[in-house]
Ligand binder design. Sequence first.
Ligand SMILES: Nc1ncnc2c1ncn2[C@@H]1O[C@H](COP(=O)(O)OP(=O)(O)O)[C@@H](O)[C@H]1O
Ligand SMILES: [Mg+2]
Length: 254
Amino acid sequence: MLELQNIVFKVPDAESASESPSFKTIINDVSFTFESGGFYAITGPNGSGKTTIAKLIMGINELTDGKIIFDGKDISKLPINERSRGGIVYGFQNPARFKGTTFRDLLSIAAGTDDEDQLAHIIARVGICSMDFLDKPVDSKLSGGEIKKIELATVIARNPKVAIYDEPDTGIDLWTIGPMVDLLKREQKENNTTTIVVSHNKAFLEAADTLLLLKDGKIGYKGDLAGAKPMLEDLSVCTFSDSCEGEGNARCYR
Ligand SMILES: Nc1ncnc2c1ncn2[C@@H]1O[C@H](COP(=O)(O)OP(=O)(O)O)[C@@H](O)[C@H]1O
Ligand SMILES: [Mg+2]
């Protein structure tokens, strides 16, 4: 239902001589279909193009070549807001903090309502039990974990058809990862949300039905986690240590 057809993203090569501008290929002819309601993890070494793919799907970056088809419609040229209205929602790796804005403001915009009961229902879904949290300013005083919860809540509030989370575990303590995976799985199952998580985290890699391993802007592997392990270790994306199993430590060791 979300189909990447031979997508390419190139940027001007800063190192090339000005008389003969050349281009650096960041995403190199990637084709893949995300099925409706599936749970996908995109992983790969730093700089392999994970965030770029997420941004191309969302329309934050413009395709150099190829097409993106969503529910049978070519969305390649659509701006971000139209893709968002169509049900594609992106959770940033580093969410913005806005001085003078509260979580309630952001959530009301995302949910399209300021109805107290509806907001309470959404924050309960992400595991925030106190209504006081709604009046927290979304500024630099928030912890990494708090800002991520807020980001997740604003994605979920939109009832996305496709939710893309870019490294949602950034700044989150190990003990919060499990509940976060459970939350995204629940949203996937209950709302049939196609869920795409960019992550190195073992817990997300295990939760995914299908894993995409990017290498140098190409898909190096697609399939289940078992098949990906040799390549993940080879690329030093992760080393799967069993020594921490059972201790709640779901990290993918690098
Ligand atoms: N707009 C851009 N201009 C120049 N280089 C870019 C741009 N976007 C991404 N890159 C480069 O492309 C590579 C892939 O970036 P990114 O997708 O952020 O990697 P990842 O998320 O896998 O760590 C990096 O080397 C990054 O510096
Ligand atoms: Mg990234």
